[in-house]
Write a protein that binds this ligand. Structure first.
Ligand code: AMP
Ligand code: MG
Length: 411
C-alpha cells in the first residue's frame, strides 16, 4: 500500500507523450501545442480605425483657432473590409468605420461624437492627437514574433487567437485511445426496473462524462459480469482498441474481484495496487509488457464505489491522460480556511468533499457530510476535495487546509 505521491510518481515515470499530429483548430480544444507558433504577418495587418468617425490629416488643422470650428469636405466613405484609396487628398476628411483601413496620409481618426456633420461638410473643434483612434499596423506584434510556446494548452482564448492570426491547423500531441470496462453482476442501466439486489450503473456515465470533458469522444464501454471468462473477454476487446483502459469494479479483495487475476493472465504487469487513501484505496495501475507503442498500453482499474471511481479518475487517470497529451502543469491546489472541523479515525489520506468560495478576499471551504464512498450525492454537490493528511485525526475549524478544486476540462 503506497502513498498518493508515490502513485503519482509511478504514473509519471510510466507514461510518455503521445505522438504529434497536425489537426484543425476546431478539433484542438484541450490539446497542447507540440511546436511554438510564430506570427505569419504583423498584427494588426494594416492601420485600422478603432472607432466610427472621420479620418483626418493633422495638417488640415493648422488654421484652427480656439473657439472656432473648421470645416472639411467629406470626400468618401470606408467601411470595414473595404479597400482603401491610394492617396489622401489634403483638406478633406473621410467617413470611416470601426475596423476599416485608414486611408493613406490620414494620421488620426476623430470619433463621430466629436464631429458635427452638415451635408458633405464635417466640422471639427479640436486638434486631434497624432495617431488617435488608429490601431497601427504591427502594433500588437511583428512577423515571426513567438506567439505561443510549445506546451501551451489550447483553451478557447488560445484557439480564438490562433484563428484570428490565420492558423487553420496546428501541431499538437494526440489524445491516446481510451476504452472503458465496467464490471459487476448487480449493475443495471438507469431507466430500467431493478430486481432485488440490483443497482443502477453510475460509473459508466461518470467515466464517459469525465473523458468527454477532456475531449475524448465516442469512447467505447465494455461490460462484464463477474466471471473470469467475461472479464477476460472485456479486457481483450478493450485493449485491442485502446492505449489506456479504464476499468471500474472488481479490483478489491473479495472472491468476486477478478480484475487483477484477469489482467495478470493477459500479461499486464502490475505497477501498483492500493493507495493509502480514502475514497479509492483499491485502485490498480498496470502496463502491458511486450508491445512497444509510444504510450505503452496501460490499465487503470478503479474501485467500483462511485465516489472512489470518480476521485481516483480525477487524481490519477486525468493527470496521466493530460501528461500523455503533452501537459506539464499539474492540477491546481489551493489553501482555504476550514469552516467546520473534520475528524477521522484511519491512517489514510482522506479527500473529503467540500464547497469552497471567496469571501472578503479570502478562500473558505465547508466540508460536506456525505463522506462514504458510495454517496454520490455528496460529491455531486461539491466543488472541491479537502485533503486530510494521513496522520491527522482532527482538522480544527478555522485552520488552513489544502483543497483540490474539481476541475473537469483539459484547459
Ligand atoms: P467493487 O469494487 O466491484 O467491489 O464494488 C464496490 C461497490 O461499488 C459495490 O457496492 C458495487 O455494487 C458498487 N459499484 C460497482 N460498480 C458500480 C457502478 N458501475 N455503478 C454504481 N455502483 C457500482
Ligand atoms: Mg464488483
Amino acid at each position: 500500500v503506497i502513498s498518493v505521491e508515490e502513485a503519482q510518481r509511478i504514473i509519471r515515470e510510466n507514461v510518455a507523450k503521445a505522438s504529434i499530429i497536425e489537426c484543425k483548430i476546431q478539433d484542438a480544444l484541450g490539446l497542447v501545442l507540440a511546436a511554438p507558433i510564430l506570427a505569419k504577418q504583423p498584427n494588426p495587418p494594416f492601420d485600422a480605425s478603432s472607432v466610427d468617425g472621420y479620418a483626418v490629416s493633422l495638417k488640415s488643422f493648422d488654421a484652427l483657432k480656439s473657439g472656432e470650428a473648421i470645416a472639411l469636405r467629406v470626400a468618401g466613405e470606408f467601411e470595414a473590409g473595404a479597400h482603401r484609396p491610394s492617396r489622401f487628398i489634403p483638406k478633406v476628411t473621410f467617413r470611416i468605420f470601426t475596423g476599416a483601413q485608414v486611408p493613406k496620409g490620414a494620421d488620426a481618426v476623430v470619433m463621430q461624437e466629436n464631429v458635427v456633420r452638415k451635408n458633405d461638410l464635417a466640422y471639427f473643434t479640436a486638434m486631434p492627437q497624432l495617431g488617435a483612434n488608429i490601431r497601427p499596423h504591427g502594433g500588437e506584434f511583428q512577423k515571426r514574433t513567438k506567439l505561443f510556446e510549445e506546451g501551451t494548452r489550447i483553451n478557447p482564448a488560445v484557439l480564438g487567437a490562433l484563428a484570428g492570426f490565420g492558423f487553420a491547423k496546428v501541431k499538437v500531441y494526440a489524445r491516446p485511445h481510451v476504452a472503458i470496462v465496467v464490471t459487476g453482476n448487480e449493475l443495471r442501466p438507469p431507466g430500467t426496473r431493478l430486481m432485488p439486489g440490483q443497482i443502477w450503473d453510475a460509473n459508466s456515465s461518470t467515466l464517459l462524462a469525465m473523458l468527454e470533458a477532456l475531449g475524448f469522444q465516442s469512447v467505447k464501454v465494455f461490460r462484464a459480469r463477474d466471471t473470469v471468462k467475461d472479464v477476460l473477454r472485456a479486457f481483450r476487446k478493450a485493449q485491442k482498441i485502446a492505449d489506456v483502459v479504464v476499468a471500474s469494479g472488481g479490483v478489491s479483495v473479495g472472491d468476486h474481484d477478478l480484475v487483477r487475476p484477469a489482467l495478470e493472465q493477459l500479461g499486464v504487469q502490475q505497477l501498483f495496487w492500493r493507495i493509502r487513501m480514502k475514497p479509492g484505496m483499491p485502485i490498480y495501475f498496470g502496463k502491458t509488457s511486450g508491445k512497444i507503442v509510444r504510450n505503452r498500453k496501460c490499465v487503470f482499474a478503479l474501485p467500483g464505489n462511485p465516489v472512489s471511481a470518480l476521485v481516483t479518475f480525477q487524481l490519477f487517470v486525468r493527470e496521466a491522460l493530460l501528461q500523455m497529451m503533452g501537459s506539464t502543469t499539474i492540477a491546481s491546489r489551493l489553501d482555504a480556511r476550514l469552516m467546520q472541523s473534520i475528524t477521522k479515525s484511519h491512517a489514510r489520506r482522506e479527500y473529503v468533499r467540500g464547497l469552497f468560495d471567496w469571501r472578503g478576499g479570502a478562500l473558505y471551504v465547508t466540508p460536506l457530510n456525505l463522506r462514504e464512498s458510495h454517496m454520490m450525492s455528496g460529491i455531486a454537490n461539491a466543488n472541491c476535495l479537502i485533503e486530510v493528511p494521513e496522520e491527522t485525526t482532527l482538522l480544527e475549524a478555522d485552520s488552513q487546509v489544502r483543497i483540490h478544486p474539481l476541475q473537469w476540462t483539459a484547459y
